[in-house]
Design a protein around this ligand. Structure first.
Ligand code: NAD
Ligand code: ZN
Ligand code: ZN
Length: 341
């Protein structure tokens, strides 16, 4: 079968000779409908955050069940499903709570399919347990694939701050790409706060306004923080969601977060922050959430089925993977690219 393989050292190639796996026990073989192209893949490819292993890329996967192992219950051939991405041990307390993204054993395991183990940029993908699949009913797997990360990650980050996102408050979203453009829609649906979006190009700022941002600020403007504070007034923002995570965006977040606010850094942009007692207003929680839980993924599917969120998709085939990564690297993908076998 065909697959997009990562060989380490920035080497990504499409191969045609990978053996089609066969499921045993609770394993499930999926015929891939779509595999989303996440910016985290670039951190893996370019910065080597997962090293020493060769594997198939793609951690945002959806498709149809092709074959099930003899112990699988609740799924049958042809069912349309999403693959929950952060694979935990399945047994520890966080995993029992469905928070496999915070599995006690994360430090001793690969992160999941496409993140050290074989992922979904291929004709077929072997999922190690039916526990990791979620039915998507009549959603199209091509459209649905990015829900498992580009929607789940911002959903989970927003949900933890929901009690603070009241209609008289302000929320700042930094980075209106794959994750950020879904975050704007989730915020519009789930809270009444005024949304201020930041990105670096006029097109992305225009895009943000279409998705529910009341204001859109270019974060490369020297006075970006002043522009935001002019909108919020003295209270500043109650929540900042940073989908870039570079030093410059973390710096912007610290300048605009208000007392008792949540400064949530989702982006893995390698930014640095030096704690300083006077650097943040009192009561601020700074956090670096990772993905979301399995039950939150079910909630995200609920939003998609009700058409309350819509992922802006660009479709490509597996042979175009290297070209698509290059486009993503240069900010040329609007919304999410999805590879379709
Ligand atoms: P993307 O490339 O689709 O979008 C990034 C967006 O940020 C683009 O619109 C870009 O123009 C904008 N941007 C870049 N520099 C900026 C700046 N200085 N100020 C404002 N905007 C800026 O990326 P994505 O797939 O949405 O991923 C975003 C980040 O989130 C990546 O670092 C990715 O690795 C990370 N991520 C983290 C998790 C997690 O669980 N923590 C999950 C998925 C992705
Ligand atoms: Zn991702
Ligand atoms: Zn666990």
């Amino acid at each position: 079968m065909k697959a997009v393989r990562f060989f380490g050292n920035k080497d990504v190639r499409v191969v045609n000779d990978l053996e089609k796996p066969s499921p045993k026990g609770d394993e499930v073989l999926l015929k891939i409908g779509g595999a989303g192209v996440c910016h985290s893949d670039l951190h893996i490819i370019d910065e080597g955050i997962v090293s020493g292993v060769t594997f198939t890329l793609g951690h945002e996967n959806a498709g149809w069940i092709e074959e099930i192992g003899e112990d699988v219950k609740g799924f049958k051939k042809g069912d349309a499903v999403l693959v929950y991405g952060p694979w935990g041990c399945g047994h520890c307390k966080p995993c029992q709570h469905s928070n496999e993204n915070y599995c006690d054993h994360q430090s001793e395991m690969a992160f999941g399919g496409g993140l050290g183990l074989n992922g979904g940029m291929a004709d077929y993908m072997l999922v190690p347990s039916s526990r990791l699949l979620v039915h998507i009913h009549d959603l199209d797997p091509v459209i649905a694939a990015p829900l498992t990360d580009a929607a789940l990650t911002p959903y989970s980050a927003i949900k933890r701050s929901l009690p603070k996102l009241m209609p008289d408050e302000y929320v700042v979203v930094i980075g209106v790409g794959g994750l950020g453009h879904v975050a704007l829609q989730i915020l519009s649906e789930m809270c009444g706060s005024t949304i201020i979006a930041c990105d670096i190009t006029p097109e992305r700022l225009e895009f943000a306004k279409k998705l529910g941002a009341a204001y859109a600020i270019n974060s490369t403007d020297k006075d970006a923080a002043e522009q935001i504070k002019k909108i919020t007034g003295i209270k500043k923002a109650k929540v900042v969601l940073d989908f870039v995570g570079a030093s410059s965006t973390i710096d912007l977040g610290t300048k605009v977060i208000g007392l008792d606010g949540d400064l949530t850094i989702v982006g893995l942009g390698g930014g640095k922050y030096e704690y300083n007692m006077n650097g943040l207003p009192f009561g601020v929680s700074m956090t670096n959430p990772y993905w979301g839980s399995r039950t939150e993924l079910m909630e995200v599917i609920g939003l998609a089925i009700q058409k309350k969120i819509h992922i802006e998709i660009e479709k490509y085939n597996l042979d175009q993977a290297v070209e698509v990564y290059d486009k993503l690297r240069h900010g040329q993908i609007k919304g999410r690219a999805v590879l379709i076998p």
